[in-house]
Design a protein around this ligand. Structure first.
Ligand code: CA
Length: 426
């Protein structure tokens, strides 16, 4: 029965009363929510439409909804499927305690690994085990026409290294507070949107999203760090709270918003939960709009070929799953892997980047490898704007460096910006 997608907790009768309180319901095309009698039953406290153009979705909150009621909902002829809401998070990202006021390009081994980059956490460098950014910059440093969504804990769009590369919705920036000046359905969305708090301010209350943004597009000026791209427009889309977690509805609405803004790529340094047809539908819609969806492989040291890690494992043409490697070119000990399911590896240990308040910090995770890969793919999109998501993914795999260290953990090897741009295949 395809329209009943539930986790183990609900499938076991004994634990039915421990049911989660939030569900995502997808109606069939042309269905009328008013004719779904169960929507008005007593245990259902809240039924709200999910903002999505790729289907009629509702979020449903219920207290102690019995397994029988869920089955009845699933059997309703108006309902395509009902599933539990999932919780997504940034995962166990390691954050160096040291938060500094200035950082140097030479701290960024992921862009240029000299084997002798700054010490501390970083002690086992191997020259050349990086994304090969400098060679690529001789060809392109990006393009302001490109829009990349950072779907995360938000972005500090006032950061000195980021503000010049933030997307700005000019009508909102010059508009009236509290008014949807550009008529896109979102009020005050000047640099993005906050779906965790449902407002137009995607300011980062955690640090993780700002770190990701810096890896993609910190401006190449004389201070601070550099992103893989010097020229880009980053859209801050917040759905993870200040403690770093969010749910299915907010993830879907983030993807919907990114599609509406017309981004070229979504960078996703988050994951968790089980399979969600609703989230898969959203990523499929992004694919149909020609948008690349880069996703972190996960930080659980697991084999994604045998244990699914979502959203990285959704089998959709635009999903590019990224594992993390350290400065010696080896798989980061925390990184998930998968000879079939992980498409490529990128630097992810001890990565220096931006954090809120004009500060800088090292973090470790596939969360960091993901935006570095997103930036590299952004360079390719700047040079070849007409490639489809699948063509891009194929090329990422075909041009990756088989470094003899991470190859067994991925379909390809370590991402290489110059080879990607020149289409240097093995
Ligand atoms: Ca607006």
């Amino acid at each position: 029965m395809k329209n009943l997608i539930l986790g183990a907790a609900l499938l076991s009768g004994a634990t039915a009363y421990a049911a989660p309180t939030k569900y995502i319901v997808k109606l069939k095309e042309g269905a009328n929510p008013k004719s779904i009698s169960l929507f008005s039953m007593k245990s259902v406290q809240d039924v709200t439409p999910v903002r999505a153009s790729f289907g009629k979705f509702y979020s449903l909150k219920a207290e102690g909804l019995s397994q029988k009621s869920v089955s009845l909902l699933a059997a309703d002829p108006n309902i395509e499927y009902i599933e539990e809401s999932q919780t997504y998070s940034i995962g166990p990202v390691a954050m160096n305690k040291e938060v500094i006021n200035d950082a140097k390009y030479s701290d960024q081994w992921g862009l240029k690994n000299t084997g002798r980059n700054s010490g501390g956490w970083f002690s086992r460098g191997k020259e050349g085990e990086d994304v090969n950014a400098e060679k690529a910059w001789g060809i392109t440093k990006g393009d302001r026409a490109l829009k990349i969504a950072v779907i995360d804990t938000g972005v500090d769009y006032t950061h000195q290294d980021l503000k010049a590369n933030m997307w700005t919705n000019e009508l909102e920036a010059n508009g009236i507070e509290g008014v949807d000046d550009d008529g896109n359905g979102y009020i005050d969305d000047i640099h993005g949107y906050d779906f965790a708090n449902d407002d137009g301010d995607p300011q980062d209350g955690h640090g993780h999203g700002t770190h990701c943004a810096g890896n993609i597009g910190a401006k190449h000026d004389r201070s601070g760090v550099r992103g893989v791209m010097d020229n880009v427009q980053m859209v801050g889309i917040k759905f993870l709270t200040d403690s770093g977690s969010g749910d299915t509805q907010d993830a879907i609405e983030s993807i919907e918003y990114a599609i509406a803004v017309g981004v070229d790529l979504m960078s996703n340094s988050w994951g968790g939960g089980g399979f969600s047809q609703a989230l898969k539908d959203a990523i499929q819609a992004a694919n149909d709009a020609g948008i690349v969806f880069v996703a972190a492989a996960g930080n659980s040291r697991r084999d994604n070929d045998t244990t699914d890690s979502y959203p990285a494992n959704y089998e959709i043409e635009n999903v590019i799953s990224v594992g993390a490697m350290d400065g010696s070119g080896k798989r980061s000990s925390f990184s998930n892997y998968g000879a079939e399911k992980v498409h490529v590896f990128a630097p992810g240990s001890n990565i220096m980047s931006t954090v809120p308040g004009n500060r800088y910090q090292k973090m470790s995770g596939t969360s960091m490898a993901t935006p570095l890969a997103s930036g590299v793919i952004g360079l390719l999109m700047a040079e070849n704007p007409n490639l489809t998501p699948m063509e891009i993914r194929d090329r990422v795999e075909a041009t990756a460096v088989r470094n003899g260290l991470v190859d067994q953990y991925t379909r390809s090897g370590r991402i290489d910006a110059e080879r990607l741009l020149l289409n240097t295949v093995n």
